[in-house]
Design a protein around this ligand. Sequence first.
Ligand code: SF4
Length: 366
Amino acid sequence: MVYVHIPFCKSFCTYCGFYSEICRNPGLFAGYTDLVCAEIDRRREEILASGKVNTLYFGGGTPSVLPLDFIRRITKALPFDSHGYEEFTVEMNPDDVTDSLVAGLKDLGANRISLGIQSFNDDILARMARRHNADGAIRAAETIHRSGIQALSIDLIFGFPSLSDDIWVSTIETALKLHPEHISCYQLSIEEGSALEKMVAEGRFKEASQEQCRRQYDYLCHTLAQAGYNHYEVSNFALPGHEAVHNGAYWSRAPYVGLGPGAHSFDGNAVRRWNSEFKAGSLGYDSSMEELSPRDIAVEKVMLGLRTSAGLPAKVLQEITGSGAVQDALSKGLLEPSDKTHEEPWLRIPEDKFFVSDDIVSTLIP
Ligand code: SF4
């Protein structure tokens, strides 16, 4: 399972807290690609060992600003057949989607495009400082389908203060007309370092009420269920058979290797590593690591497992939180038996409580 971080964007979105650099000098792309290829050489053994989950994911930043030749060079430097991945995803900005770029990615072996649409309302897109407008997002989704790529995933955001319930209803209606195999939908949050954080501090931006967010989330869950989507993780919905393999492996704590500045890696047990951002004035980056304590591991298992509709084995949950806490949560309806077929019983948060899943996890692990 390999993640490649492309830390370049053409402009910054107001809500974004991800590490990225505005790319004013496309001449940097070659140097960046050399560095990632050198990192692949250095970490070859680790990459091979992470191949049990057979996925490749180009995320960002905005991978679609990197010219195809450079994406090809990185893909070919990896010690796997680029056409053999179970899932090979590239994140794209709608504004970058062209027939030729999507066809080139498909030729390379990509079988899934994750399209950052966020909204179909031009006023909200402008407030988010997205590069595209609604028509551009629709055209991009149509181009991706036309290319014959196996799966299209789209990202949407709810809980933006000017996102009225009426706009949200039409947003979902438009999304469903595009027939994406997968939908990721996130509640707007004020991220550290984002423009919105500054605007909130200056009193220029007021967050939507929790009631509005809850209403919009409930409508989303209900409407996507009716349209045949499986709500398999708090923020993720898929048509049957299109659940994200790569992200699914994060939630089950599988090992992964993250390449490029700002990327994180995990050994599947207790060691996390992360690359620094670019050092000032250079393309270089360092790597650091931390060893998780048994308590950190336990907390992670509960936090990640209970985000999914499969949940966690009851035995694991009881060992971590104590059987009293689990019984209490069961009696209050905050946990329920998972309907997945397992040899031993599993427990999960009921879907109608996904919206408050963080609060439930906090009561289980104070
Ligand atoms: S949301 Fe995506 S495109 Fe916008 S600034 Fe963040 S990484 Fe770049």
